[in-house]
Design a protein around this ligand. Structure first.
Ligand code: NAD
Length: 416
């Protein structure tokens, strides 16, 4: 535990690099290094056995210069204020990179949701909103689901907030069920957004993706949709996929529907008929055109980065590549689509959900796809142009775009 990097210090170091390149004013740099606002709460909840348990909760509003804060709420036993601060900072940069009129925030409750009953989870969700609701609202801060929180939890939270206001306020939270003002296209938005930026990367690299090979690490929400949409939208031939137990390889390509069915019945992608079982380490170093990490953080490190043979590395997962690996990939000409660009489709459709709630008018799915494509494409090109202009890797370039946009808003408001 002692040697673990503090995630917030990590987020601050990433900002420091951007600040130095941008020659940011020292006062501005100091302001952007810290959250603007934090609320720490104690939540007494009546448990099913009649006792009262007190949970600790947080909401961090990192920066709202560009608009109301946006960011998920996590229910996790190892939640800490520093994790929430780091995630709130990353949301600030992600929303700015996508040019959404939003700031960044994040929330969390220290709890073990897997050991709680549905009733206990509902009482905890409502207790959180009763305490934190005073700093939430469509014009202030709009949470969303994150680790171990889902559409049902968002529905309870929205209902509690609406009860506090005395009228329906669907725009206070996103990731709601469709029947309560959720948006079409939210379920596959992360993977779909990733496909749009892979398409743009291929264009600038002069690669025709049709029939080209791809490998996907992780076969959950992000990985499964990436398989399906990679084939459908880009014509990619996905030759390898994996989950926590291991992976499979098939030179002829894998049918997404059949692999999903196999995983649903056996619990894993392993032992899929006609395929060779491979390890997760082997999958990462396959000779494929596109590699999509869609599982965990720290998968591509200084140990295996030099063996990555893919031309495009599309980070659907959060933090799959370490800083040391980044330098090696850049030197070797691997084109990295950094996580806070590649997986930003989710927050973008969350923003669309909020806009539709404000209108009380809902878009057909084609309109969501079209608007998502425009946002992702514009963000890709903003990053790419910055990378060319400063001669830096894509991740640093994405920070430069995001930090300069937030700094400009802070400056124009006259805060610094
Ligand atoms: P998920 O829980 O649905 O799926 C995770 C998958 O990873 C599972 O198939 C699991 O078996 C696999 N996995 C776990 N450990 C593994 C290992 N050691 N090697 C290979 N595979 C392993 O999660 P998800 O929603 O698909 O999220 C995946 C990643 O994408 C996370 O980093 C998440 O933060 C990021 N992400 C997801 C979304 C989203 O909308 N789902 C949005 C932004 C970012």
């Amino acid at each position: 535990m002692k040697n673990e990097i503090n995630p917030f210090e990590n987020a601050q170091r990433q900002l420091d690099i951007a600040a130095e390149i941008l020659k940011l004013d020292p006062g501005m740099h100091a302001f952007l290094r810290e959250p603007m606002r934090e609320l720490h709460v104690s939540l007494p909840v009546r448990m099913d056995d009649g006792t009262v348990k007190v949970f600790k909760g947080f909401r961090v509003q990192y920066n709202d210069a560009r608009g109301p804060c946006k960011g998920g709420i996590r229910f996790h036993p190892e939640e800490t204020i520093d994790t929430v601060r780091a995630l709130a900072a990353w949301m600030t940069w992600k929303c700015a990179l996508l040019d959404l009129p939003l700031g960044g925030g994040k929330g969390g409750v220290v709890c073990e949701p897997k050991k709680m009953s549905k009733g206990e989870l509902e009482r905890l969700s409502r207790a959180y909103i009763r305490q934190v609701g005073r700093i939430l609202g469509p014009e202030m801060d709009i949470p969303a689901p994150d680790v171990y929180t889902d559409a049902q939890i968002m529905a309870w939270m929205m209902d509690e907030f609406s009860a506090m206001q005395g009228h329906n306020v669907p725009g206070v939270i996103t990731g709601k069920p469709l029947c309560l003002g959720g948006s079409c296209g939210r379920s596959d938005a992360t993977a779909r957004g990733g496909m749009y930026v892979i398409r743009e990367a291929a264009k600038v690299l002069g690669i025709d993706l049709k029939g080209k090979t791809a490998a996907i690490q992780g076969y959950g929400n992000a990985g499964q949709f990436a398989h399906k949409l990679g084939q459908e939208l880009l014509g990619l031939k996905v030759v390898a996929v994996s989950d926590s137990r291991g992976g499979i390889y098939c030179e002829a390509g894998l049918d997404p529907e059949k692999v999903m069915e196999h995983k649903a019945t056996t619990g894993s992608v392993m032992d899929f008929p006609g395929c060779t079982n491979i390890t997760n380490e082997e999958l990462l170093t396959l000779d494929v055109r596109v590699l999509i990490p869609a599982a965990l953080e720290n998968q591509i490190t200084e140990k295996n980065a030099s063996q990555i043979r893919a031309k495009i590395l599309a980070e659907l997962a959060n933090g799959p590549t370490t800083t040391d690996a980044d330098g090696i990939l850049y030197k070797n000409g691997v084109f990295v689509l950094p996580d806070f660009l590649c997986n930003a489709g989710g927050v973008t459709v969350s923003y669309f959900e909020q806009v539709q709630n404000a209108y009380n008018y809902y878009w057909p799915i084609e309109e969501v796809y079209e608007k998502l494509d425009k946002k992702m494409t514009a963000a890709f090109h903003a990053m790419y142009e910055m990378a060319q202009a400063y001669g830096v890797n894509n991740r640093v370039a994405a920070y430069l775009v995001a930090v300069s946009r937030v700094a400009e808003a802070v400056r124009m408001r006259g805060w610094v």
